[in-house]
Design a protein around this ligand. Structure first.
Ligand code: GLY
Length: 423
């Protein structure tokens, strides 16, 4: 089969690694890809939102199967565009990708179908939101309705911060049109878990759990980022929690989307909070997490392409999804200054240290070729991942491997997986 992956970050590198292993693959392309993905796939310089060019390229090359990995093209309807051209594509159609694309939609869905989540109010109008803040409980969480590169969520400790938050989201439009609507949500406390699932719209298959570290600095301080590191599985995601979530969260979500005429095929990422009152949904994403994919895919035993085809074809009930009985830790090597301003274009050295090692992976998030050198090309640059017999071994190995690569302004958190010690 000829396969095209759309995307160019660490998640797509992990997906490319999974798909490249499939004996069904004859040729792999990635648009736009990056310098790491180039070792597995032919990278083509087409942006993820250039729908016409992507479809024309797929037709020209006779692509049999496309994987649309990032949120923006999913929400924009890229899977629909491929389907209209008669090309099988993995990922939700536009009408289903709204599960991530609109926070207000997802909160209303959960309320309607009794799926556990925090109490909330939706607002189209800043004045109404400001009036609500007068009697609201604090802390409160304000979320821009639309996609905002994972940055449109503000935790406000008091009324003053919340007033400033409404101004940022709805009046100053700091997150662009994503802030045309806003959700104000009760603040929940507990442990966060990321659970990725495959679904064909009827059946759901749950992947091994993971935990992300969203803040830029150690001890969960600093600004929110796309994710500075992950581990899998989460020791806090017990069998009991899993059984509760299957019954009250995962299966009801898939059924609710089908009932709404928005059948979801692809990956649903459940961002969960394990509260004192039980697991609740913090957010839905309509795709693999980044860097969750970098710790989940290396542990997957199945042929990733076969599972993705089953999601598209509606045959997921025939797949027995299995994971290794091991653990994985990913430490993101970023450019100092991320997520605000940072320099790029610095040479990355030491990448050869990962070659030929089955339990170490260096996923490229922001890299490109500059002549025959590989240079930094983003805020998150590399995701250094190691597997081990358990989480402690995987963490030790991942941190050792962070020293194998060098580039100017290299920055990382030093406490990825600290929670493992509390389990
Ligand atoms: N790591 C969180 C996300 O992918 O949104």
């Amino acid at each position: 089969m000829k396969v095209l992956i759309v995307g160019g970050g660490g998640r797509e590198h992990a997906i490319a690694m999974g798909i490249a292993k499939s004996p069904k693959v004859e040729k792999l392309y990635c648009a736009p890809g990056n310098a790491g993905i180039a070792a597995l796939a032919e990278c083509v310089p087409i942006g993820v939102m250039e729908f016409d060019k992507l479809v024309s390229f797929a037709k020209e090359k006779g692509i049999d199967f496309v994987v649309v990995a990032p949120d923006d093209p999913l929400a924009g309807g890229l899977v629909d565009a491929f389907s209209e051209a008669g090309i099988r594509a993995f990922g939700p159609e536009k009408k289903a990708a709204i599960l991530e694309g609109s926070k207000a939609f997802s909160k209303d869905l959960m309320k309607k179908y009794g799926i556990p989540t925090a109490a909330y109010e939706n607002f189209d109008d800043a004045q109404a939101a400001l009036a609500y803040l007068e009697t609201a409980q604090y802390p409160i969480v304000l979320k821009a309705d639309g996609l905002a590169l994972g940055k449109g969520v503000l935790i406000c400790m008091n009324k003053e911060e919340a007033i400033a938050g409404v101004k940022e989201i709805m009046q100053d439009k700091k997150f662009g049109t994503a802030g045309n609507r806003m959700v104000a949500e009760q603040f929940m406390t507990g442990r966060e878990v990321s659970v990725l699932t495959f679904t064909d719209g009827k059946t759901i298959r749950v992947m091994s759990s993971a935990q992300d570290h969203k803040r830029a600095k150690d001890n969960d301080e600093g600004l929110n980022t796309g994710g500075m590191g992950t581990f899998s599985p989460s020791p806090f995601y017990t069998k009991e929690v899993h059984e509760y979530c299957v019954k009250h969260i995962y299966e009801p979500t898939v059924a609710a989307m089908a009932k709404e005429g928005r059948t979801f095929k692809g990956v649903i990422f459940f961002g969960l909070m394990l509260t004192a009152d039980g697991p609740k949904v913090l957010e839905y994403n309509a795709r693999f997490g980044d860097p969750e994919a970098q710790v989940v895919i290396p542990r997957m035993k199945n042929d990733l392409l076969e599972v993705m085809e089953a999601c598209v074809d509606g045959t997921l009930d025939q797949i027995d999804l299995q994971f290794e009985e091991n653990a994985a830790v990913c430490v993101v090597l970023a450019s100092d200054g991320y997520p605000l301003s940072y320099e790029k274009g610095f040479e990355i050295t030491g990448l050869e240290n990962f070659e030929g090692k089955e339990d170490y992976f260096c996923f490229h998030a922001g890299s490109k070729f500059d002549g025959d050198k590989i240079v930094t090309n983003g805020g998150r640059v590399l995701g250094v991942t190691a597997t081990g017999a358990d989480l402690k071994e995987a963490r030790k190995k991942a941190y050792e491997a962070t020293a194998w690569v060098s580039f100017a302004n290299k920055y990382m958190r030093n406490d990825i997986g600290k929670a493992i010690d509390e389990a």
